[in-house]
Design a binder for this molecule. Structure first.
Ligand code: KG4
Ligand code: ZN
Length: 395
């Protein structure tokens, strides 16, 4: 099954073409084309993602990225296309709020045969709603123009499933059969949750943050330390320097909710604790490194303790960690080392480094399983949903 996937939920615009195929107990995913543009530089001066700006950038970049991904997949065949007046009008109405997107899409498609793909996938949520809408409307337009089925994907499902991929060469990934139940620890800029997957595509919420997401806490603490957006990688760099230097860390931070009897998290108190210690103080570079170190340690301890609790409560056999924060080396190391000691029976999965951040390959991956389940979206009624939940609360 050949899938064209679109991701615009936050500050990455991405288009990928992925071929999925069952091979015995394994599923093979071949990336035929992958085009991604990060807007980090655009948002950096605001210290965070500015939704209306993100929307405008997505609208500007989608056609060039579509063209690049199709080109890489060798799916562009030029020939003059007749687009009916009816379709032309439908596209114009569909994309009327997306700047010049309708015009640039029609211009591009005028000379491009419908590509040989089986489905179009798009992130329908969660994320920034204005940003999500651009992708959803663009995907609807393509589905309409090319008469292809449309599949709505939950961004967090993409993060979860991409953790299960193993790299086989430059553009091939394998997803093996895994022991279930699987527990997913999803840590990103907007989410922090523990999810149980008893069966494919069936999710239960085991725990979630009561306030800030962990990536958000990284970003906010980075800002307090005068570091650029996105803060996660910056904090991580500084914390590693402090660890290498060794010695006692003068800063200590709380581990919120670590001993309560739930699998929920809270990071806003931790963030405030940092604020109290850094405000009104002139911090040296060494101070900043020590604070980053203290913060990262606190986050890793809480994430690990809650996940361990959830593993026990659910009887899960495998653990997958996904989302932007799963790029964090210290968190990865903490889980790998401590699990080996505490729960060596658990198989641990983490995404290939190239797939930790937002991308369209993970959207194609989730689409593959949705398509097998014939879970198609309605091009008329599909809506972007900033708060789209992956799992229903078990409580
Ligand atoms: O999944 P993602 O790319 O976007 C969302 O879906 O939110 O996650 C972005 C988040 C940001 O908060 C960023 O600071 C964080 O992931 N992040 C990291 C690291 N790399 C990215 N946090 C900690 N350590 C990292 N190395
Ligand atoms: Zn994400």
């Amino acid at each position: 099954m050949r899938i064209l996937a679109i991701e615009t939920s936050c500050d990455e615009t991405a288009v990928a073409i992925v071929e999925g195929e069952q091979a015995g107990k394994e599923t093979k995913f071949e990336v035929l084309g992958n085009a991604l543009l990060s807007q980090i530089a655009v948002h950096q001066e605001y210290g965070g993602v500015y939704p209306m700006l993100a929307k405008r950038e997505h609208a500007k970049n989608l056609v060039p990225l579509l063209s690049a991904a199709l080109e890489e997949a060798e799916l562009i065949h030029e020939s003059e296309q007749v687009i009916s007046e009816e379709k032309r009008e439908a596209i114009t109405v569909l994309l009327e709020r997306e700047g010049g997107l309708a015009a640039s899409l029609l211009e591009f498609l005028k000379e491009c045969e419908p590509p040989k793909i089986d489905a179009i996938a798009v992130t329908a949520g969660p994320g920034l709603e204005p940003a999500l809408w651009v992708g959803v409307n663009f995907a609807k337009a393509l589905a309409l123009l090319w008469d292809k089925p449309l599949i709505a994907v939950n961004h967090m499902e993409g993060h979860l499933l991409s953790a299960l991929l193993q790299e086989r060469g430059a553009s091939t990934y394998i997803l093996s059969d895994i022991s279930r139940p699987l527990l997913g620890l999803l840590i990103s800029g907007g989410h922090t949750e523990i999810i149980e997957m008893k069966d494919w595509l069936s999710y239960t919420l085991i725990g979630s943050t009561r306030d800030d997401a962990v990536g958000e806490a990284f970003d906010k603490v980075a800002r307090m330390l005068g570091l650029p957006y996105p803060g996660g990688p910056e904090i991580s760099k500084l914390a590693e320097r402090a660890r290498e230097r060794g010695g006692n860390n003068p800063y200590t931070l709380p581990r919120p909710m670590i001993n309560d009897d739930s699998c929920d998290f809270s990071f806003s108190g931790l963030k405030t604790a940092v604020l109290y210690q850094v405000r009104d103080n002139e911090l040296t570079d060494t101070d900043k490194e020590n604070m980053a170190h203290a913060f990262e340690d606190a986050v890793a301890d809480v994430l690990y303790a809650k996940t361990l609790r959830a593993l026990e409560e659910t009887g899960a056999k495998s653990l997958a960690i996904g989302g932007g924060v799963s790029a964090n080396t210290y968190i990865k190391r903490t889980f790998a080392e401590r699990l080996k000691n505490d729960r060596s029976d658990i198989s641990l999965f983490m995404p290939p480094a190239s797939l930790t951040g937002d991308n369209a390959i993970m959207i194609a991956l989730a689409c593959y399983y949705r398509a097998l389940a014939q879970d198609y979206a309605d091009t008329e009624t599909l809506r972007a949903n900033g708060n789209l939940a992956l799992a229903k609360d078990s409580k």
